[in-house]
Structures are given as structure tokens and as C-alpha cells.
Write a protein that binds this ligand. Structure first.
Ligand SMILES: C[S@@+](CC[C@H](N)C(=O)[O-])C[C@H]1O[C@@H](n2cnc3c(N)ncnc32)[C@H](O)[C@@H]1O
Length: 209
């Protein structure tokens, strides 16, 4: 694990309960509803940086979706297992995702990618593309201005890294995704860049939607 992942892991192990308490009253479920509407019935979704399982894994499991969540933080994973006993949660660094190709119907990563160095974002988008089935749906969000550094978050040092939306969009497309929609949204007084993408189906040697 790299030094940044270690810092983020240690930070979230300390602040997991505080962050969970915040997130439990700031769910912003509208985007999850849209994500759900794009998935097939009985879909299998990977929640990348699942945190305490609230709201994403909990929302999806209640709608009949099978969810696997990954996260660095043992404390977050413990909360997630308590909050969403019917989902599967695995300790894994996003930089080291190694699932088989073409196995998930959806991949969601919200309020997480900004903790990974922006130079890694393209490789992560490519990896998320590979593990999605053809026709699979991506939902991510990132910050809205290019930046990188460490600042205080709930009393611990936390690493942040973002491109501006234009670059994030280019990288998502370059990784292979068709864009369903993208926009900057204000939620709870903060702005994030949200992207819905789709892995194209391959028909008779041609890429199609
Ligand atoms: C701000 S929280 C968001 C959690 C959840 N997605 C949500 O919407 O509430 C960020 C989460 O990403 C996890 N995380 C950050 N970097 C990670 C990495 N490299 N690999 C796995 N998880 C990571 C943290 O441990 C934390 O649980």
C-alpha cells in the first residue's frame, strides 16, 4: 500500500463514526435513484470506497441489488457490515482492484476518488471499465477544481486530489465509457462533478450503445 493510501486509511479509521453520523443525515439519494433506474433487475454492483455502507450499499440492497463494497478502512468496513448485513464488504485498496473482467452490472464510486492521486484516476477508470459487463453502468463523482494536497478533515490530516471536470470527463471517455450524463451538482453546500457512464455492448465486431 502506498503512503497516501496509508494516510487515508489511518484517517478514516479514526473518523469513521463522525463521517458516518454526517453521511447518515446527508444521503443525497437522487443520483442513486437514477443509477438504479439504469441497472438491470438483480444486478450486481461494486461500491468502490463504500465507507459505512450508508447510503449507497444500503439503498441498493433494499432495492434488490446484490452489492459488493470495497474500502481501505477496517472501521468503515465494520460499520458497513453492521449497517448492511446483506451486502459483502472486502478490504481492498482501489489502486489494487483485481476483480475478473465483465462481472459487474454497475460500479459506483461517490465521495471517494478525490482521495486518490489524480495521476491514478485514468488507470482506475480503465480498471472499472474492464470489470463492468458490456452495457454496465458507471457512477462517479469528483471535486470541481484541479488541486492536490492534504488538509484537516474531521480533525485528521486527509489527502485530496482532483482534476477539473473537463479533464475527468476526457479520462472517463478515454477509458472507453459512453457518457450518459455529466454535471456539477451542489449537495449539502458542496459542489461535486458527477458522471454517469456506460460500457458499450459489442455487436458483430462493432461498438454500439
Ligand atoms: C468520504 S468517504 C465516502 C464513503 C462512501 N462512498 C459515501 O458516499 O459515504 C471515502 C471512503 O473512501 C475510502 N477510500 C479512500 N481511498 C481509498 C482507497 N485507495 N481504496 C479503498 N478505499 C478508499 C475511505 O476509507 C472512505 O471510507
Amino acid at each position: 500500500m502506498n503512503e497516501i493510501s496509508k494516510l487515508v486509511e489511518q484517517g478514516y479509521n479514526k473518523i469513521a463514526n463522525d463521517y458516518y453520523n454526517y453521511r447518515n443525515v446527508n444521503k443525497f439519494n437522487r443520483e442513486l435513484e437514477k443509477f438504479l433506474s439504469l441497472l438491470p433487475k438483480e444486478a450486481h454492483v461494486l461500491d468502490v470506497g463504500c465507507g459505512a455502507g450508508i447510503p449507497t450499499a444500503n439503498f441498493l440492497v433494499k432495492k434488490g441489488i446484490k452489492v459488493t463494497g470495497i474500502d481501505l478502512s477496517d472501521t468503515m468496513l465494520r460499520l458497513a457490515r453492521e449497517n448492511v448485513p446483506n451486502a459483502e464488504f472486502i478490504k481492498k485498496d482501489i489502486n489494487e482492484i483485481n476483480f475478473d473482467e465483465n462481472i459487474f452490472d454497475g460500479v459506483v464510486s461517490v465521495y471517494t476518488l478525490f482521495h486518490l492521486p489524480k495521476k491514478n484516476h485514468f488507470l482506475i477508470f480503465k480498471k472499472l471499465y474492464e470489470i463492468l459487463k458490456p452495457g454496465g453502468i458507471l457512477l462517479i463523482n469528483t471535486g470541481v477544481s484541479e488541486s492536490e494536497g492534504t488538509s484537516n478533515f474531521f480533525g485528521v490530516p486527509m489527502f485530496w486530489s482532483n482534476y477539473e471536470p473537463k479533464t475527468t470527463l476526457e479520462l472517463v471517455k478515454k477509458a472507453g465509457f459512453s457518457i450518459i450524463s455529466e454535471c456539477v451538482l451542489e449537495r449539502g453546500g458542496e459542489y461535486q462533478y458527477w458522471v454517469f457512464g456506460k460500457k458499450n455492448r459489442i455487436k458483430s465486431g462493432k461498438m454500439s450503445r
